[in-house]
Design a protein around this ligand. Sequence first.
Ligand code: F0G
Length: 458
Amino acid sequence: MVRHVVPYRIKVVEPIRLLTREDRERKIRAAGLNVFRLRSDDVYIDLLTDSGTGAMSAAQWSQLMLGDESYAGSSSFYRLEDSIQRVTGLPFVIPVHQGRAAEQVLDYVLMPEPGMVVPGNTHFDTTKAHIEFRGGRAVDCTIPEGFDAEAAHPFKGNVDMDRLRDAYKEYGNAAIAYVLITVTCNSGGGQPVSMENIREVSTFCREHDLKVFFDAARFAENAYFIQQREKGYADTSVRDIVLEMFTHVDGCTMSAKKDGLVPIGGFLALRSEALYEEMKPTDILFEGFYTYGGMSGMNMDAMAQGLLEVVDESYLAHRIGQTVSLGDNLRRLDVPIVTPVGGHAVFIDGRRFFPKVPEDQFPAQLVTVELYREGGVRAVEIGSCLAGRDPDSGENIRPSLDLCRLTIPRRVYTQEHFDYIADVVATVYAQQQGRTTGLAFDVESKGIRHFTSTFREL
Ligand code: F0G
């Protein structure tokens, strides 16, 4: 019995190539042992991100021709608005060019003065950076299981209600700009949030007159996990689960580069007309007129179609199936990964992969370097380098997990690619797990440092 039917066939191909080992060694050294600094031509299988890297469908490509490039009142915007309203049930839509632009607009309006906080489940790095840019702080209220690579919990992205209550006690209503639920929780390993938890957070926020938003980048994947794992939802369609999820929030920020199935795009969706009116001028200031917000008409039409395709259950079953099966294969080969496997990526636990490499020598970053050396596979560190420094003390933050993320682009790679990836990871693990030294910064960039810093081997 076939578990997951592949719900597409390939119509257009994009050539990729594997450099020789000597060339890979040269390239990674020239890149300062930072895979962000590699050229994509020098990468064989690119698992850096699932952001903007998916394949568009024939229907999306055909929609591009409908793009209306009018500055104001573009019909593409109205098609996008209709699609977002149908999928989320939220009535007011502000387009932006990508997720962090939505964060900028939201924080500009909801964090008018410094000293405000945003409690939530492990905020994504740009999300946290935008909050800090407004003089605020992100307060991480993820459940303890979310910080344990092996804890068996079906919804490790959940918000810990006690921590949320504590945050409320500590900061009070006036200092809490809003509460943010990231679905799925990227930084925590692509882990989902349960409907029960969403409901609890929402009830708490309504009782205490707090706004609550989704960071909805992977909302469809989260809904699929609810259908698969949460009691009472097995017979509910993903579309209905998505609609129910959004009934519990005041709005969302969205990076459509993920579950919008487009190379670029994003939006804010809101329940309150007053907030919508307040955010429109901010969108104009940062992004463009509020019926295009940094996107072309073509972009908006492709996104309108992508949002309808992403809630298709055969698509989601195959998509999550690819991720889970890569995780299962790695586990069979004894590679230490975060379990249960999340939606968009398999996360290798760097500290267990290289148990003898000291924690402050970036074991997960070392894994990414070695995967490129071994097989031209580009993964990404989500760990000590990414975590950066504490904005108050200036000290290096030591995150509870130091991870190397194998991020799966949507509708791009085949089972043969996945078999190859598993071979590469298993080979590095088998041959190098005894390593005793890791990496140190050569040049540490200021601010968000993982994109540009360079390293040396110790
Ligand atoms: N929120 C989440 C949960 C994200 O994963 C991202 C991006 C953003 C917001 C920002 O969106 O890139 O469109 O501005 N994550 C990408 C990643 C970059 O690789 O995980 P953006």
